[in-house]
Each structure stands twice: as C-alpha cells, then as structure tokens.
Ligand binder design. Structure first.
Ligand code: 4AZ
Length: 756
C-alpha cells in the first residue's frame, strides 16, 4: 500500500526460509504475564505521509507463509492466536492443512532475517462454517500457534472490539501489510511493511459507491459483517497480499482491530474502496474458538462512545467520485499535451499522465542514447505544459524495456523534477486498464505524438469512429488468428475518419496518438498509427497493455475504469472467432459489418480515364487494380489513355465536388459474393452496357495470378456461400451460366501519383 496500496510477495520466493527466523531463545513453555495488555505499541514516531512503517509501530502484524513465501497477513490477538481471512486458507472449498503454514511475528522487512522476529508453526486453522466465498462474507479465520509467541516490543497483540463496539464512519484508521503496491505490482525490495491511512465508510456510502456500475457490469451487494474503508477517489487502498491483515483504529490510546482485509474490485480504483470483514460482529465466534486458552484475546470495553451524529445508521451522503483525468474544454485543446524540449532536437510531443510524469515515444530520445550522449544528463531538458508560465525540469527518463525493438512499446516516461498542480490545465489524460474495451463506434480524435510535423488542415479536430474489433483485428492479423474478446487486450485499434475520406488526403508524414472519449472523459487509447502510407483504416497500437508498466513506474498515473460498457448487445461478437483467409498484406475481402463511417467497399477504385470517364476498378493487390477493358479502351483504339485511379473513397462518399457532373458515368460494376468466412470475393464484372449480366472472373485466374503474384484467390474450401433468403446479396449465378460471356479485363499497375 505504499502511497497507498499494500504489496504481495506471493510469487516471489522470500529468501529467508521459515527456519531462518527460528528463535532458539524461545521456550515454548515460557509464561506470559497474566494481565495481557493489547493494542499498545511502544511509542515511536511515524513518518507522516510516508508509506514504509516504522519498526514496532504495528507489533500485532504477522506474515503468513506457505510454500516458502508470504501469502497473507494476519494479526496477533493472543500469544497463541492469530486472526486472518478465511480465503487465505480455503482452496476449492477445502481447508489447506495447517502444517503447511507458518506464522512470522515481529518482522518489519521480509528481506533479511529480522531481529526479534519469531516463527511459529500452525497447530490449527479455524474458519466459520458459513464461509464459502469472499463476496458472501464471514471471511475470517483463527490460527492456533503450535507454540505461543514471546511478547516484546516488536510482538504484541491488538485489542478486539466487543460486538457492541461501534466505529464511527469517517474515522481515520490504518491498514498494514506486505501486499501489492498497485494491481499486479509487488512490493519492491526490501519488502518493508507498508501502512496506509483509510477512512471508515458507512454502509450506505459504501453500498452507494459499489452500486455505481463498472466494466463487466460489476457491482457488489454489501452484506452484514462487511465493512468498507478508503476514499471515493480511490488511490489509497489495500491490495493482493494484504488479505488477512488488520485494519486498526485508535481509541483511548489503544488500537482496536475494526476489520480484516478481505477483498475489493481491483486496488485503489475510483468508487471501489477496500472491503474488510468487520471484527465486532464475530466476537462470539472468536470467544467460542479460543475458549479455555489462557491468556486469550482481550476485548476491552469501548473507551468512549463515538460522537453522536457520526454513527451508523445516520444519513450519509452518496458522494461518488468523478474522474480526475481526461477532461478537456474542447477537442484539440488538450490540457495534457506536453512538449519535451531537448537541446538540438525538435520538440517531442507526449501526454501528462500524473502530477509528475509525462508519457512520450521513446524513439524521440533513443537516438540520444545511441549517439553516446548520456541520457542521464537531463539538466537542459524541459517540458512545456499548457497554462504553466515556465517549462518544467526533468528528473528522470525511463524508457520501456522493449522500446528499441518493438514499435508497440515505443514508450518512455519522464519524471518532472517537481509535481505540477493539477487544474483545468494542466490535467492528465486518463489511461485504460488492460481489460478496457473501447466500444466499436467510440468517438476518437488525434493528438500529436512524437516529433511529427502537424498535418495540414484541422487534423487534430478530425473525429473518427472506432471500428469493430473483429474487422480491425483480421484486417491486420493472421489467417485463423483468434480475435480477442472484449476484456482481452486488442492488438490494434482502428479509427475511421469521415473527414479524411472527404478530404481525399492522407497524413503519412505525421505521428499521432489516438484519444477516445467515454462519457465526456478522454482516454489515451492508442499510439503510433502503424498503418503504412495511406492504407485505411488507420491502425494504432493499443496503450492498455502498458497500463501496468506505467502505473509501476509512476505509482500514480491516472488509470481509469471503463466508463461505457453497454456492449454485448446487438452487433458485437462475444463468441470466439478467428480471422478469415488473408494475404501477406492482411485479410482480403473484409469490410466493416456495420460500416459506421468510411469506406463501405474498401477495394473499390475509381478509374478515371482520359478525363472523361469514370468506371469501377477492383484493388486485387497493393499495386494492382482490375478493370474492364471496355472501360479503359475506346472502341477501336489500342492505345491506353491517361488513367488515374482513386482508392479508398468509393462507396461511402459521393465523388468529389466538381467532378461529379462530368464523370457520373460509372460502368462495369463488380459482382461480389460473401463466403462463409466473411470475406467478399470478386465473382464477375458487368459486361459492357449491362448492370445485370456479369462475366465470370474465375476463368481469368491463371492470367491474373501470372501477372499479379500477390493477388489472392480463395482456396476451394472458401467457395462462395449464398446467403439465406431475404439476405439477397448476390443474384443467381449468372456468371457460371452456360454461354456466359468471358470477362475482358485490364490490370492496371499503380504508380504513386498524387498525394495532396
Ligand atoms: C486480494 O486479492 C485483495 N483493494 C485484497 C484487498 C483488495 C483487493 C484484493 C482491496 O487479496
């Protein structure tokens, strides 16, 4: 819990084996004082705002080891008893054997065998009969130690509340543990016990927060015996590995254990406070289990009544927190836009992701690394942020470990020397969690990224609609590749730009990041348009896979839950799907099912012949367009006229203004049929003068494939499939009817000509 979250050592093998802690001086029969005290650590100074606990501050905190490492926390409640969480010990409905567990007491850091630490074997694990799953409550357990702990400054029991004890909501309490410091981010060495101050939330306030719908429609019904602590804005919390550890509140100079760390939705997320097992309601169960054990746990009388008015069940506001990131007064005026100024280079554009960190492409700086200039010399580097009078100084540059060889990881984080005050500007952009699912149809825009020149025109204001994951994935993916389901990280994000279609231009000289909006909040969704040249739709590398790295480095980036999740409804696939046949350039014959904007038929080409005719061509390979001969050649002529081919704009938008009247003669429409795999296949071209009679393309396969090696013919198994009645995509098979005309076709070799 560093700044806030606790940390697990779950996966890391802890170096000292339990034996290393063995306290040989301890005699198991050692007598404990009769008047066992509780909840009083030896006085020590605590670092205010710090996250490492001072040794001796929380002497009841224990670490529960299994298989050689820390798994859960616990609290010493009597010399022979430890309180923890049931879910630490129950696997698939079965209690794990006590003999596999050991309890480490008096540890501060788990790095080295700590002075004064003791290890005890576990004689018994007791779990309430009605425990079945964390979200159903009763998540507590008692561990009887094989030998009592020897009490001292580093090992003391905590006080337990009686059943009647009431903890006022709003009370500042403390949670402690060695759990993760962020989701999936273990506590770093030297594994010092972490502490975090959490406020008790009343039942109504907590239920209100957990009733806010979240991704995967996750909400939670709080049950009696559960207790919440944390903040609506999140950011301070317990996490995996803290489970079983105590939440303690000071009353009358003693520390009472109000809760046992149990679960939550993620760690430190907005409107998702930590859920604890309330200890007070389990007084009777605890007393029953420890009966006859001397000395037993201490349940002091509540030292003072909580102030009236702050107790449950008084009225509580339902104050939910709104995102603190991703708000922009208008698109294009991005309050997170950062310019990294490195002497001798053009500014590099990035995004502010927290008070202290800027995310930018590593490629802006990698040349500095390779040219031998030490990147550590950041003295002259500056970062410009909106509305800041002076440029910020840079303390640290952290490139992504794969930055130099993987475009999808072309990322670096720059730490500012001093955190900036966040306001309307500068304000960080929101980052997606790995499971974020940007809905097809999401509205997205571009922001400058890296060293690219701005595109001419109102590029930053262009609005795109995100295409469906299946189409985007298969267009750039491999044949048979499984399409990621919602909740799995996508390999690409494809925005379609209506304006770009209309402008007939492409910006292959520019570098962009992709911002997508959910409920008025902007997320940095993708980086580095990786589609080459003018290939459309554009494709961006999704940023969400890097969320854990960013939060690990920054410990405070604004990762935000998905805000729009009405998916799984019509149109969106939720079943496993694989990609249809493809070429080395990606799948052929795919088009967006619901075609939000953009090109309905992405292979259609406008073939402009000698300035007076426009007919239809078909893109059959990156450099080749197939057209009907009668379109290209005038009757009786054998010389090829001047021809221009326009790609990527047919089917969606009308012909450009000014061309429309003189060139409205569109001839040789193609006949396309859809295969079972979803690909569209060119079956025929209309014969001269007809819109209904088609000449089959199939017989020309040999000629086409000899001329255009990369043209892709569907294998026999992908034979065209005729859709059910009522879905009349293709007319009867005229193309194969006997006596049907041979296609007379022209292949046009494309040369790049115009790039406006
Ligand atoms: C866990 O997995 C866990 N943020 C513990 C506490 C919380 C979440 C998960 C609360 O043990």
């Amino acid at each position: 819990m560093s700044q806030h979250l606790l940390l697990p050592l779950v996966i890391l093998a802890i170096s000292p084996t339990p034996g290393a802690f063995q306290d040989s001086a301890l005699s198991p029969t050692q007598e404990e004082p009769e008047d066992l005290d509780c909840g009083r650590p030896e006085p020590t100074a605590r670092i205010v705002g710090g996250s490492d606990a001072q040794p001796g501050t929380w002497p009841w905190q224990v670490s529960l080891h299994h298989g050689g490492g820390h798994i859960c926390g616990g609290s010493l409640i009597a010399p022979s008893w430890v309180l923890s969480a049931a879910h630490c010990f129950v696997r698939n409905g079965t209690l794990e054997p006590a003999a596999e567990w050991s309890v480490v007491l008096g540890a501060h850091s788990q790095d080295a065998p700590p002075d004064g630490a003791q290890v005890r074997a576990v004689a018994a694990i007791l779990v309430p009969d009605n425990y079945s799953a964390v979200e159903l409550g009763a998540d507590l357990a008692l561990l009887r130690l094989a030998a009592p702990a020897r009490l001292g400054p580093a090992v003391r029991p905590v006080c337990l509340p009686r059943a009647s004890h009431q903890f006022a909501h709003g009370t500042a309490c403390w949670a402690t543990g060695w759990g993760d410091v962020q989701e999936a981010d273990p506590l770093p060495l030297p594994w010092v016990l972490q502490e975090v101050e959490l406020r008790l939330l009343g039942e109504a306030a907590c239920q209100c927060l957990y009733s806010q719908p979240g991704p995967f429609n996750l909400t939670l019904q709080l049950l009696p015996g559960m207790l919440c602590a944390g903040y609506p804005e999140g950011r301070r919390d317990t996490c995996q590995g803290d489970s079983g550890g105590p939440l303690v509140c000071e009353e009358g100079g003693r520390w009472f254990q109000a809760g046992i760390t149990s679960f939550g939705f993620g760690c430190g997320r907005r409107n998702r406070p930590g859920v604890f097992t309330a200890v007070a309601p389990y007084e009777a169960w605890i007393q029953e289990q420890v009966m006859g054990s001397e000395p037993g746990p201490v349940f002091p009388i509540q030292p003072q009544e909580p102030q009236s008015g702050s107790r449950e069940p008084t009225e509580e506001n339902c104050t939910i927190a709104l995102p603190e990131c991703g708000k922009a007064s208008r698109p294009g005026a991005w309050p997170w836009e950062a310019q990294v100024m490195v002497p001798g280079s053009r500014p590099c554009h990035g995004a502010l992701v927290s008070e202290s960190w800027v995310l930018a492409p590593a490629s802006c700086f990698l040349d500095l690394l390779s040219s031998g200039r030490p990147p550590r010399d950041l003295e002259a580097w500056r970062v410009r942020l909106p509305s800041r009078p002076r440029a910020e100084r840079v303390a640290r540059l952290v490139p992504h470990e794969n930055a130099s060889w993987e475009d999808a990881s072309d990322l670096a984080l720059l730490q500012l020397r001093a955190p900036v005050n966040l306001s309307a500007a500068p304000r960080p952009v929101c980052l997606p969690h790995p499971e974020h699912y940007f809905l097809p149809g999401s509205r997205c825009r571009l922001a400058r990224w890296g060293r690219g020149e701005p595109a001419p025109g109102p590029s930053a204001l262009l609005e795109a609609e995100l295409l469906g994951g299946w189409w985007c994935h298969c267009l750039y993916g491999r044949q048979g590749a499984p399409v990621p389901l919602p909740g799995d990280p996508p390999l690409a994000l494809c925005p379609a730009y209506q304006e770009e279609e209309e402008a007939g231009r492409c910006w292959n000289d520019s570098r962009w990041s992709l911002l997508c909006r959910e409920e008025g909040t902007w997320f940095l969704a993708g980086i580095r348009d990786f589609s080459s040249d003018c290939l459309r739709p554009r494709a961006f590398f999704p940023l969400q896979t890097h969320g854990p790295w960013i939060s690990h480095v920054t410990r405070g980036a604004y990762l935000e839950d998905q805000l729009a999740w009405h998916w799984g409804l019509e149109g969106e696939e939720t079943e496993a799907q694989t990609c249809p046949p493809h070429t080395e350039h990606g799948a052929c014959g795919l088009r967006p099912e619901a075609a939000p904007v953009g090109v309905l038929w992405p292979w259609l080409a406008e073939v402009h012949v000698a300035g007076d005719r426009v007919c239809t061509g078909i893109l059959v390979a990156p450099g080749w367009v197939l057209a009907a001969t009668h379109c290209v050649l005038r009757l009786g002529s054998t010389t090829v006229p001047y021809i221009e081919v326009y790609l990527g704009r047919a089917g969606a938008s009308p012909l450009p203004q000014g061309h429309q009247l003189s060139r409205l003669v569109t001839s040789a429409p193609p006949l396309l049929c859809q295969t079972e795999g979803g690909s569209w296949v060119l079956m025929g071209m209309a014969v001269r003068g007809s819109r209904e009679l088609f000449a089959a393309v199939g017989p020309e396969e040999a000629w086409i494939s000899q001329t255009v090696g990369e043209a892709h013919f569907l294998p026999p198994s992908g034979s065209p499939y005729w859709p059910p009645v009522g879905n009349n995509l293709c007319p009867p098979d005229l193309a194969r009817a006997s006596g049907s005309p041979r296609a007379v076709l022209f292949l046009l070799l494309l040369t790049p000509l115009i790039q406006s």
